[in-house]
Design a protein around this ligand. Structure first.
Ligand SMILES: [Zn+2]
Length: 424
């Protein structure tokens, strides 16, 4: 019934007391209960598929932001009812233009809870369970309960962690992967006017870390490089942005706004000064803007039919989409089960290993902690908070050729094993 201009929708149009009134799922039945030219070759039309979708299939949506709102709405309208959503953020007023499950009254409340309430109220029978938490707060037993996991995350670190978690759930018998241990991961990502969607079958198809080189190069540089030995134009921009901005407060207490030309101009001017001091060329206004720019707009698209396996969507000049098959990387540090080799001369310092772990395009670690076994005892070689070893030579740390190093990092829930091979 309508009340004062807006509608109360939670009217139960029930048949036999249930939510599934006549014709409710006709749009889904068209796909599941009749053949079609684009169906999977093994597909047999049946009514059980819809029942599975409605009553059994458990989906986890990670992120309740721009992509997450779209995902929840699409999944719920497609008949998925057992949906969990994880998001650690609260709603900010700047989210309201695109995260359409939120209203001004919701500002400050957890995104997961508001999104779940909205969907559950709007779509009868849907049971979205919210988790106002970080993905790292859950262990294997939580993730194992889902049939499919859909990621709408804006952080590569979180995406890699999730990827690593699903790889850790795989079980192998005599080196053969048990297919029942695979939980498909559908990953959506957006940046500006570009988007992508990909299907990952952990252990079978290319994982996030297999294709790490596809992601934009990291713009986090080691702080000591920025502060004392810049080599690239980017280091100068980071110096102005991270160190000078909070110190000089050119616009008072306001934080740097990548959309504000005056702010960018200030960072540009300071970067040029810094670059001149260190004889670095190549600082341009355009690069400054790129380094500082905020995500402006998000578009969403994600599907749970097997896409093989990477869809790119580009809306910069007209509209352009294509798909390709991202290939598995034979020695992927996340999914290959192949030991990772590190090649260094015996005279190298731990600092060089750290830089390699962080700067190598296929590793891109953020704050690696390194441990090893020396004379039968576990020894911590490097931690961010305990970092006076970084300028020490291997020899003084007791490291020898063939030494195994265990590296923990925020990009993975498991430690990654490396083998130190001395070069001559
Ligand atoms: Zn991989």
């Amino acid at each position: 019934q309508a009340t004062q201009g807006h509608f109360t929708i939670k009217t139960e149009m029930a048949v036999d007391g249930g939510y599934d009134w006549d014709g409710r799922w006709n749009h889904v039945r068209k796909f599941l209960e009749r053949p079609g030219p684009f169906a999977h070759p093994d597909f047999e039309p049946c009514t059980e598929s819809l029942q599975f979708l409605l009553e059994m299939c458990k989906i986890l949506v990670i992120g309740a932001g721009g992509l997450g709102c779209e995902l929840l709405k699409n999944l719920a309208l497609s008949g998925f009812r057992l949906i969990h959503v994880v998001d650690m953020d609260t709603i900010d007023i700047s989210n309201l233009n695109r995260q359409f499950l939120f209203r001004p009254k919701d500002v400050g409340r957890p995104k997961a809870e508001v999104a779940a309430d909205f969907i559950n109220n709007r779509i009868p029978g849907c049971k979205v369970v919210p988790h106002y938490k970080k993905i790292q707060d859950f262990d294997e037993s939580f993730y194992r309960q889902f049939h499919i996991i859909v990621c709408g995350l804006d952080s590569i670190i979180a995406r890699r962690w999730m990827n690593g978690m699903l790889i850790s759930l795989l079980s192998y018998e005599d080196g053969v992967l048990d297919p029942s241990s695979i939980i498909p991961l559908i990953d959506g990502g957006t940046e500006g006017f570009k988007g992508n969607s990909r299907v990952i079958l952990p252990g079978m198809t290319a994982c996030i870390d297999c294709t790490l080189e596809l992601y934009p190069p990291q713009i986090n540089f080691p702080m000591c490089t920025i502060a004392s030995m810049p080599r690239l134009p980017e280091h100068c921009i980071e110096y102005a942005r991270i160190l000078l901005w909070p110190k000089e407060k050119p616009f008072g207490e306001t934080s740097l706004d990548g959309d504000n030309p005056e702010h960018i101009q200030w960072v540009f001017k300071k970067s040029i000064e810094r670059a001149a001091e260190f004889h670095i060329t190549g600082v341009t206004y355009r690069l400054t803007q790129a380094a500082c720019s905020l995500e402006v707009f998000k578009i969403a698209s994600s599907a749970y039919i097997p896409l093989n396996n990477y869809l790119v969507f580009n809306d910069v000049d007209g509209l352009y989409t294509y798909t390709f098959e991202a290939e598995r990387k034979e020695n992927c540090s996340a999914c290959s089960q192949v030991p990772q080799n590190l090649q260094f001369p015996p005279s190298a310092k731990l600092q060089e290993v750290l830089e390699y772990l962080m700067e190598n395009a296929s590793l891109q670690m953020k704050s690696p902690a390194i441990t090893t076994t020396l004379e039968g005892k576990n020894k911590t070689l490097y931690l961010q908070v305990f970092n006076f070893t970084e300028h020490t030579h291997f020899f003084y740390l007791g490291l020898s050729d063939g030494q195994e190093l265990a590296v923990a990092d925020v990009t993975t829930p498991q430690t990654v094993l490396f083998k130190l091979n001395f070069t001559t």
